[in-house]
Design a protein around this ligand. Sequence first.
Ligand code: ARG
Length: 428
Amino acid sequence: EGSKLWGGRFVGDTDPIMEKFNASIAYDQRMWDADIRGSKAYVKALERAKLVSTDEMEQILHGMAQISDEWSRGVFVIKPGDEDIHTANERRLKELIGAPAGKLHTGRSRNDQVVTDMRLWLRSAISTLADNALQLITTMVERAAAEIEVLFPGYTHMQRAQPIRWSHWILSHAVALSRDVERLQELKKRVNVLPLGSGAIAGTPFDIDRELLQRGQANWLFVTNLCLNHYFLCGCVHLTLISFTGSSLMPQKKNADSLELIRSKAGRAFGRCAGFMMTLKSLPSTYNKDLQEDKEAMFDCYDNVQAVLQVTTGVMSTLKINQTVMEAALSPDMLATDLAYYLVRKGVPFREAHGLSGKAVFTAESKNIALNQLTVEDLTAISPLFGNDVSSVWDYRSSVEQYSAPGGTAKSSVAAQVEHLRNWLKKH
Ligand code: ARG
């Protein structure tokens, strides 16, 4: 068993079932580039510490460049004994340059190596996800700007509640996504800490320049954090879907498979997160092989959230809306709140106005007519403050224009939200 990188103290072969069970190469090979970059930095620190000669360093760097080339051309050959990406790269280095390869792991453990790899990999993964999310936000904001005139019913409790601008609804999700981007960028700072040079637990006895390499080790929680962030992102997109299916945006009645899959991925990401948290529960500190489970969750969350963001961008840029159908879905009962505000403007306390408007709704229902079909006589029987000018309440466009405070659905307010997000996008 001398061929194993850790084989020295073992006799006999590993059972093939165990070998397969133990191996992570099938999936952690995705970190080949991070693994090589980490080793390149490490060998430079070894050279500074005089643990390898300049010539040996050059040979290792050269070998690493060759391995990198093999991976990028898709010709790297994984051999049966390659347990993970770290052992595979080192095995190949030895084949290519011989003895000096054996010096690369001086003072290093796969414990600090794997965390380094993951952090490097995550750093660029997070940037990609943030870029994808920014693209989606841009698509949403420009769509909101272009279709600012379109009204449709806003829902609460799955019921049509008040007329709002379609743009207002789009932007509510764009803003939520902008917070997710901020979370990702915050996470990136925490991921961007280098554990290399910590060894397995005790540190390194050699004069490794850790300033060159940097800080910390033994914190797997960052993977949980990433999963949680993924969950948030998926959850956001999930909410987007609820409103899509609830309105009449797709009159051609094709199945919204893209949107249903987007919704489904939220559960998947959350499951990954919960699953890995269970693995972490009660683990003794420092490295345990249990931690190898983090990678599949990490890759799966990343792949799915990335796909979700791309598909949602596709949906948001190609979806055709039917303004006529959307506005036909508005109904006068959705203006009952406005009817109360009409009385408020005549000095009635809101609580009372709410009750009086409720009476009007009840009267219309008992007469089996729409709220705006009540005569002025019907209304003055409820409150003498109602007058002919009540007809002004029954206009959807003037209804939305009342909501001009920041965050409201008036055109000026929605346009301000568009500007706010455009400026935010410039800074991110
Ligand atoms: N493949 C392992 C993982 O992903 C690498 C670390 C192995 N370390 C160890 N002490 N066995 O977790």
